[in-house]
Design a protein around this ligand. Structure first.
Ligand code: GLU
Length: 504
C-alpha cells in the first residue's frame, strides 16, 4: 500500500468559501484516518485572478479550525516549492514532452479569431472536428510555423484529444462516471504569454510529482476529471493515477442551487471562516470566527454537511470525526446549508465548557475594572446561571448586565403588565421584610419572603413580578433569589427604592 497523501489546492482568488473549508476538512479527516499526510498547495497560475492576502487568509483559516498541514506552503517539505507560480520550469518540461509526443499542439488563434469562429459555427468547440480550420501547428505550413515562433508570436498549447473514445473516471463517492471524449475540447494547457501552465496541466503534474494518492475536491471539478484522466495517460502516469472523490455541493438553505455569498448576506449568516476585506473589490465579508463561533463547533457542523457515520450522534470532537470518517459515507446529493443548526452546534459547545472557561471568555470580551477573586467568582456563578440561554459568548452581557449594573430604565411593556397600583406599597413592605433578613442566602431569603406572602395572603405572582421588574428592569432572568443573593441585600433594597420612586 502506498502512503495516503492528499492535498488541499485552493486558488488565492479571494476569501476561502465555507464549501472550500469543508473540502479541506474532508481531506484532513481522510488523511488522518488513514495515517497519511495533508498537503497545502497554492494554485496561483491564473495571475489575472490573483488576490493579495488570500493565501495568508487560507492559512489562517485552516489554523483557526485546527486543520493541520503536514507539508506545503507555510510548512515546507521535500516536494517544495508548493506555490505553482514558483514551479514554472517544472511544468514546461512536461508541456514539451506532450508537444514532442504529438499529444499537444501550439495554437495561434487570437481571441478575435476565436470569436469569429464562435459566431460562424454553432456551439463551437476547439476539438478534432474544428482544429483543422484553425491556426495551429497542425495546420500551418512548416515555414510559417517556424517564422511565427521565431517572431515570438504568442501561442497557447492545447491538448490533442482523440474523438469518440470513452473516458471513465473512477470516483469513490459516485462510482464510475463515463463520458465520450468528443464532448471534451482541446483545452489550453499552457500560455506562452506568461510562461505559465493552466490549472489542468499544473494540477496534474503536481499531483503526480507530489505523490498524491487521493484527489478529494468539490463536485464543480467533476467535469474536468475526464480531461485529467486523459492527461495522466498522455503523460505516461496512468499507473500512479490518484483516486478521485468529488464532494457534493453545499446548497442554499432552501435547497435550490449552490450556496453563495449573497445567500449569506441576505439571510444574515457568514459563508466564510474569517472576516475578509477584499483588496480588489473592496467588498467586506463576515466570518464565523468574528461572529463568535468556536472553531470546534464550525468543524463539527461542516463535517456533517454531506457526511454522517450513521447512528444518532451529532456532537463529535475532531478526533472522533477522524476516527469515524470514511468516504463511502459521503452523500452523492447536495447538502442543504442549515444556519440554525450552526447556532445549535455553537450552543452545545458553549454548554460543554465549564463555567470558569465561559467566564474567562466573557471577561475577555467584556472587561470589568474589578479583578478581585471574589468578583471573578461572582462572574463564574452568573454565567453558570444563564449560559443555557445563549448560543454565543457575545450574548452573555445582555443576559447578565443586571447582575453588575442596576437598571436605569424599566421595560415599558413589563411595567404595563406587572406594575399595578398596589405595587409600590407591596414593594415598600417587601423592603421591610428584606431588611429583617440576616442570612441573605438563596434558600433563607426565599423562605422568609414566601412565608410573608403566605401569611399576608398576597398573590405570589403579583409580588414576584413587581420584584423582578424593580431588580432586573424587565421580566427576564434566572430565579429571583439567585439574583438577589448575588447582588446582596443592600443593592436589592436600593433597587426596590429606586423602582418605587421612578416607575409611574
Ligand atoms: N485550484 C482548484 C481550486 O481552486 C483546485 C481544484 C482541485 O482540487 O483539483 O479549487
Amino acid at each position: 500500500m502506498t502512503k495516503v497523501r492528499v492535498r488541499f489546492a485552493p486558488s488565492p482568488t479571494g476569501a476561502l468559501h465555507i464549501g472550500g473549508v469543508r473540502t479541506a476538512l474532508y481531506n484532513y479527516l481522510f488523511a488522518k484516518k488513514c495515517g497519511g499526510d495533508m498537503l497545502l498547495r497554492i494554485e496561483d497560475t491564473d495571475s489575472a485572478r490573483f488576490v493579495p492576502g488570500a493565501e495568508a487568509y487560507i492559512i489562517e483559516s485552516l489554523n483557526w479550525l485546527g486543520i493541520k498541514i503536514d507539508e506545503g506552503v507555510g510548512v515546507g517539505g521535500s516536494h517544495a516549492p508548493y506555490r505553482q507560480s514558483e514551479r514554472k520550469e517544472i511544468y514546461l518540461q512536461y508541456v514539451n514532452q506532450l508537444l514532442d509526443g504529438g499529444l499537444a499542439y501550439k495554437a495561434f488563434d487570437t481571441p478575435e479569431q476565436l470569436e469569429v469562429k464562435r459566431t460562424e459555427i454553432k456551439n463551437f468547440q476547439y476539438d478534432a472536428s474544428t482544429r483543422g480550420q484553425m491556426i495551429n501547428s497542425l495546420t500551418l505550413p512548416k515555414k510559417e510555423l517556424e517564422k511565427r515562433i521565431a517572431d515570438g508570436e504568442p501561442f497557447v498549447v492545447r491538448i490533442k484529444i482523440e474523438p469518440d473514445e470513452d473516458i471513465t473516471v473512477h470516483d469513490l463517492i459516485r462510482g464510475d462516471v463515463t463520458i465520450n471524449s468528443s464532448i471534451v475540447d482541446d483545452k489550453v494547457l499552457y500560455k506562452s504569454s506568461d510562461g505559465l501552465p493552466t490549472y489542468h496541466m499544473a494540477n496534474i503534474v503536481d499531483d503526480h510529482l507530489m505523490e498524491i494518492s487521493h484527489v478529494i475536491r468539490g463536485e464543480e471539478w467533476l467535469p474536468s476529471a475526464p480531461l485529467h484522466v486523459l492527461l495522466y495517460k498522455y503523460l505516461g502516469w496512468e499507473n500512479s493515477m490518484p483516486q478521485f472523490a468529488h464532494l457534493p455541493l453545499l446548497l442554499k438553505p432552501e435547497g435550490n442551487g449552490k450556496l453563495s455569498k449573497r445567500d449569506g448576506d441576505k439571510l444574515g449568516f457568514p459563508v466564510f471562516p474569517l472576516d475578509w476585506n477584499d483588496p480588489k473589490s473592496g467588498e467586506k465579508s463576515s466570518g464565523y470566527r468574528e461572529a463568535g463561533y468556536f472553531p470546534e463547533a464550525v468543524v463539527n457542523f461542516l463535517a456533517l454537511l454531506g457526511w454522517h457515520p450513521g447512528g444518532e450522534q451529532e456532537l463529535f470532537s475532531l478526533q472522533e470525526l477522524i476516527d469515524s470518517f470514511s468516504l463511502d459515507r459521503v452523500s452523492k446529493s447536495g447538502a442543504k446549508f442549515d444556519y440554525e443548526k450552526a447556532k445549535w452546534f455553537n450552543h452545545k459547545y458553549l454548554q460543554a465548557k465549564t463555567n470558569e472557561e465561559v467566564a474567562a471568555l466573557f471577561l475577555n470580551e467584556h472587561p470589568f475594572t474589578d479583578n478581585s477573586q471574589a468578583f471573578i467568582a461572582k462572574v463564574v456563578t452568573v454565567v453558570g446561571m444563564v449560559k443555557e440561554r445563549v448560543n454565543f459568548v457575545s450574548e452573555l452581557w445582555e443576559q447578565t448586565s443586571f447582575f453588575f449594573e442596576a437598571p436605569t430604565t424599566y421595560d415599558e411593556k413589563t411595567v404595563k403588565k406587572r406594575w399595578k397600583e398596589d405595587s409600590p406599597a407591596l414593594m415598600q413592605e417587601l423592603i421591610t421584610v428584606l431588611e429583617g433578613i440576616e442570612d441573605f442566602s438563596v434558600s433563607n431569603s426565599e423562605e422568609v419572603v414566601m412565608n410573608w406572602i403566605t401569611q399576608k395572603e398576597y398573590n405570589t405572582g403579583a409580588v414576584m413580578n413587581a420584584f423582578r421588574l424593580a431588580v432586573v428592569g424587565e421580566g427576564k432572568g434566572p430565579h429571583m433569589f439567585d439574583i438577589t443573593s448575588l447582588i446582596g441585600k443592600e443593592e436589592t433594597i436600593t433597587r426596590l427604592k429606586r423602582a418605587i420612586e421612578t416607575i409611574k
